[in-house]
Write a protein that binds this ligand. Structure first.
Ligand SMILES: Nc1ncnc2c1ncn2[C@@H]1O[C@H](COP(=O)(O)OP(=O)(O)OP(=O)(O)O)[C@@H](O)[C@H]1O
Length: 223
């Protein structure tokens, strides 16, 4: 379902290009999860950006659901991304002036026509993440853990086949981090989606099927 073959990515610098990903390959089937770990600057975010089709590799291929997003036009890729990939960021990126339910519905706005089914799905997901009582609240009225739950619900709205998480438990205390990990894995399993999480958290990495460390631009299995 997610197939990455020999991906290479370098950033231009005033001197030699900085080659962050030298030869990255990975493969994950529906329902599988993996943690990407590695020191600061090793290229974790760069890899996540490529998996999320937000940045393109210089070489190599990425296949999601059998499709090559980098052979699409930018517009087609944006539609594909919205329908196939859910993003969970450490700092949530919730819109402060929108309620919880409106935030969760954001991905449906890109379709140009949010439907009552989207609304029902949003309400159901808000229930699944335990925030039914908070559906009409603003993000500023929620705790960090609750905001992360909203971000997870929003990421799942379009039934993505790939969930990408960047430090999903980064700003949370240990108890809340454990709750969020459990929630993320339960929903991922329910949806039979692939989950890739970039994390410094050993607890989160230990909860996923695979653990890969980015070392010198390549992934090494640490499972
Ligand atoms: N747009 C860019 N242009 C030039 N260099 C970049 C760019 N983005 C990232 N880099 C460099 O590429 C390297 C890898 O960055 P990246 O953010 O992928 O690492 P990371 O492993 O996610 O780090 P962290 O754990 O600190 O977030 C770093 O040296 C960074 O400075």
């Amino acid at each position: 379902m997610l197939e990455v073959q020999h991906v290479r990515k370098a950033y231009p610098t005033p001197g030699e290009p900085l080659c962050v990903l030298k030869d990255v390959s990975l493969s994950l089937s529906p329902g599988q999860s993996a943690a990407i770990v590695g020191p600061s600057g090793s290229g974790k975010t760069t890899l996540l950006q490529i998996l999320g089709t937000l940045d393109s590799p210089d070489e190599g291929t990425v296949s999601i659901n059998g499709e090559n997003p980098f052979s699409m036009s930018a517009k087609q890729r944006a539609v594909f991304r919205n329908q196939s990939i859910g993003f969970v960021f450490q700092d949530h990126h919730l819109l402060p002036q929108l309620s919880v339910v409106e935030n969760v519905m954001i991905p449906s706005l890109a379709t140009g026509r949010p439907t009552s089914e989207h609304r029902e799905r949003a309400e159901s997901l808000i229930g699944s993440v335990g925030l039914s009582e908070r559906a009409t609240h603003l993000p500023g009225e929620l705790s960090g853990g609750e905001r992360e739950r909203v971000a997870i619900a929003r990421a799942l709205l379009m039934r993505p086949t790939l969930i990408l998480a960047d430090e999903p438990t980064g700003n949370l205390d240990a108890r809340t981090a454990a709750d969020i990990t459990e929630l993320l894995l339960r929903l991922q399993a329910d949806e039979n989606a692939v989950l890739v999480a970039v994390t410094h958290s050993t607890a989160l990495a230990d909860s996923l099927h695979q653990r890969w460390e980015l070392v010198d631009g390549q992934l090494e299995s640490r499972s």
